[in-house]
Design a protein around this ligand. Structure first.
Ligand SMILES: *[C@@H]1O[C@H](CO)[C@@H](O)[C@H](O)[C@H]1NC(C)=O
Ligand SMILES: *[C@@H]1O[C@H](CO)[C@@H](O)[C@H](O)[C@H]1NC(C)=O
Ligand SMILES: *[C@@H]1O[C@H](CO)[C@@H](O)[C@H](O)[C@H]1NC(C)=O
Ligand SMILES: *[C@@H]1O[C@H](CO)[C@@H](O)[C@H](O)[C@H]1NC(C)=O
Length: 427
């Protein structure tokens, strides 16, 4: 059956992925000039490119690519000459999934090559590619539509480049795609809802210029990690976030201009280990449902406009090692939350709230300005990812208070918004 032969082929491809990862573990970055022995491991001698249609296509594609590479300071692609494409630096060949006697180009790995250039349309000729790693280069322009031709593509890492344009929708039609990493580029416009319906293991789109709201339809997602931080989404977190419940372990939405209340459905994400919604404009109370997140290790709610009580149910979560509620407008800590040293084993930050008994709080004036306008989350429904019209009791959401009496936020704002998950990957 076709599916079993495809499975067989993919097993070979996964082996190739493994080889790639291993070779990168042992590869010294300072020696990455394309002369290390592993680059030639898959050189084909039995099949000259002229007798192999795929390699001939690959030759056309890679030469077209070379013509739109304008800077290669490490001479990474200096050996992209001649028809033996399997000997090119960063190009990996293996047996064809359709015919094990034929070599095909299955992987491209130009990570950290510092190359500047474009992606040519001819990339669509490399139809046997299983992985493309272009992390940390200076590629710019748009992702060519022809990438939809790469029906075996399993990993696509374009992170830390200068790609622009709308979300590259051709990737949505790639049936094998499992890992998509677009972080640290200049992509703009909305995220398509279909992104969250693909069978992806990880969705990294942080540090771009994506706008509009978090799509309200999030059904069918399989991702365990969703990082959409440092974009300009605005809107609110839709209750449909609950559709991630069976897989989601890390959700990072810091610094995305999110507003509205946190939906109680966040508490349905029972596998969550990391939840970071810090540095947004989120209103209202902490939903009590968060007390059900038994696996939660890191919870960061800092730098929002949350009000009300820090609930004891959250403070006693068994695996919680770091709880940040600072820079909000909480006016009470329930039970053990008042003295987390008594709980022990946890890093707790409750500075800059409106907690009467605690040091380093906001001024009464600052607190009153916000607490005089209670938020009703029942009226504040999140419809299609957009907070339903009303900010503060029917009036449009006012800008955050000016922090005139608080010098500290400047220092905090200057700290880099990087965590290991946010930083460019090193796949
Ligand atoms: C897509 O792949 C086929 C070969 O499978 C090739 O003939 C065609 O030109 C490719 N399309 C693009 C746009 O590269
Ligand atoms: C949030 O919105 C403000 C005002 O529109 C804008 O200046 C800021 O860059 C936005 N933040 C992000 C992370 O895009
Ligand atoms: C706890 O989380 C905060 C906010 O993410 C971070 O700044 C801090 O370094 C973390 N502390 C520890 C001990 O991990
Ligand atoms: C907090 O708990 C610790 C340990 O139980 C205790 O030593 C300390 O006095 C308590 N602090 C306050 C303010 O109650």
């Amino acid at each position: 059956m076709a599916s079993s032969s495809l499975l067989h082929a993919m097993a070979g491809y996964l082996l190739l992925l493994l080889l790639l990862h291993l070779s990168f573990l042992t590869n010294n970055p300072s020696a990455k000039h394309g002369h290390s022995p592993h680059h030639r491991r898959h050189r084909s001698h039995s099949h000259s490119p002229t007798s192999n249609v795929g390699l001939r296509q690959a030759y056309i594609a890679l030469q077209a690519w070379k013509r739109v590479i304008y800077s290669d300071p490490l001479n990474f692609i200096a050996n992209w000459v001649g028809t033996d494409v399997c000997s090119y630096s960063g190009i990996y060949c293996t047996a064809s999934p359709h015919d094990p006697k034929i070599q095909v180009v299955a992987g491209i790995d130009l990570n950290s090559a510092d190359i500047a250039g474009f992606l040519p349309d001819e990339l669509g000729l490399l139809t046997d590619l299983a992985l493309i790693h272009l992390n940390s280069n200076r590629f710019c322009g748009i992702i060519p539509q022809s990438i939809e031709n790469l029906t075996l593509l399993y990993e696509l890492d374009l992170s830390n480049n200068r790609f622009v344009g709308p979300f590259p929708s051709p990737v949505l039609s790639l049936p094998m795609l499992n890992y998509l990493d677009l972080r640290y580029n200049e992509f703009e416009g909305p995220l398509p809802p279909q992104l969250f319906q693909k069978k992806l293991d990880a969705i990294f789109v942080n540090n771009n210029r994506f706008t509009n709201s978090v799509p309200a339809v999030l059904s069918g997602s399989t991702a365990s990690v969703v990082v959409i931080a440092n974009n300009n989404f605005q809107g609110c977190l839709p209750p449909s976030i609950a559709n991630f419940a069976d897989t989601l372990e890390e959700l990072l939405i810091t610094n995305t201009n999110l507003t509205g209340c946190l939906p109680p459905e966040v508490g349905y994400l029972y596998k969550l280990r990391v939840l970071d919604v810090s540095r947004n404009d989120i209103l209202g109370p902490i939903p009590y449902s968060l007390a059900g997140l038994a696996h939660l290790e890191i919870l960061n709610l800092g730098h929002n406009r949350l009000t009300g009580v820090v609930p004891q149910g959250v403070c006693i979560l068994p695996n919680l090692g770091n709880l940040t509620v600072s820079y909000n407008y909480f006016c009470e800590e329930e039970g053990i939350c008042m003295n987390m040293t008594a709980r022990g084993g946890i890093k707790y930050d409750d500075r800059r709230n409106c907690l009467p008994e605690k040091p380093l709080q906001r001024s009464e004036q600052e607190c009153n300005a916000v607490l005089e306008h209670p938020v009703d989350c029942f009226l504040q429904k999140c419809v299609q990812g957009v907070a339903s019209g009303t900010g503060f009791l029917g009036s449009p959401t006012p800008p955050p208070p000016a922090f005139a009496s608080a010098p500290a936020p400047m220092a905090a704002a200057a700290t880099p918004l990087l965590s290991p998950t946010l930083a460019p990957s090193h796949t």
